[in-house]
Design a protein around this ligand. Structure first.
Ligand code: PEP
Length: 251
């Protein structure tokens, strides 16, 4: 009895050569009509593969996305990829504010917000990532940290259809550790409420809230059945077509 169609998005991170286009082809082949009816699927490969991978998925109704975008549309920003470039390559989503960007590249909430707004301006749906560190959770600050990230990084002008928020506890990413269902429920309820204060209740009610962090076929059903969890952002397991599909089916 879901009112929001879930989204399962794969984040390939810095993994993927031409040969790995076969993973996407296998996902498309394995995603039968009932699954695609029930769940939206997206693959976010490295930028080098985006154009070819998107082209290979034409007719599959599986979407693609970037893993980051610049806050600027074009110009003297060596090494950056802009939102118009992602659109040009066929993307419909872009992950912004992933914890690896926040930590390794020092991205602030304000920068994440600017990137999300650059995405919205091009018609891309930003997947805005938030999540606390282990220390923050142990100090009892997880809810406060995530609310502050939301206030700082949710783009102005977002609608329910044009925004996805992913709760990814930093300590759960790539570690095999996951929060309890009760902790996820508490956090996702708090995120929905905070989005209500930022965007208005009606909009917030329709925003898809993904859980991310060590989602695997074995734990997906439990995590995806939590209230206010509208899908998953999947890292490691998205590199195996069978695992990614099993997670989607668990929704
Ligand atoms: C991620 O980095 O978005 C992620 C959820 O990674 P993993 O599934 O590998 O923990």
């Amino acid at each position: 009895t879901r009112t929001i169609k879930p989204l399962v998005a794969g984040n390939w991170k810095m993994n993927g050569l031409k040969a790995d286009l076969a993973i996407a082809t296998a996902v498309a082949k394995g995603a039968d009509a009932p699954l695609r009816q029930a769940v939206d699927l997206a693959i976010c490969p490295p930028a080098t593969l985006l154009f070819t991978l998107t082209a290979s998925l034409i007719g599959s109704r599986i979407a693609t996305g970037g893993q980051d975008c610049s806050a600027y549309a074009s110009g003297a920003y060596t090494g950056e990829v802009s939102a118009p470039m992602l659109v040009d390559a066929g993307a419909t989503y872009v992950i912004v504010g992933h914890s690896e960007r926040r930590t390794l590249h020092g991205e602030s909430n304000a920068q994440v917000k600017a990137k999300a707004e650059a995405a919205l301006a091009e018609g891309l749906t930003p997947i805005v990532c938030v999540g606390e560190t282990k220390d923050e959770r142990e100090a009892g600050k997880a809810l406060a940290v995530v609310k502050k990230q939301l206030r700082g990084s949710v783009p102005d002008g977002a609608t329910a259809a044009s925004l996805v928020v992913a709760y990814e506890p930093v300590w759960a990413i790539g570690t095999g550790l996951t929060p309890t269902a009760a902790d996820v429920a508490e956090m996702h309820e708090a995120i929905r409420a905070e989005l209500g204060r930022i965007l208005g209740k009606a909009t917030a009610a329709g925003v898809r809230l993904l859980y991310g962090g060590s989602v695997k076929p074995g734990n997906a059903a439990e995590l995806m059945n939590v209230a206010n969890v509208d899908g998953a952002l999947v890292g490691g397991a998205s590199l195996k077509a069978e695992d990614f599909l099993a997670i989607a089916r668990a929704c």
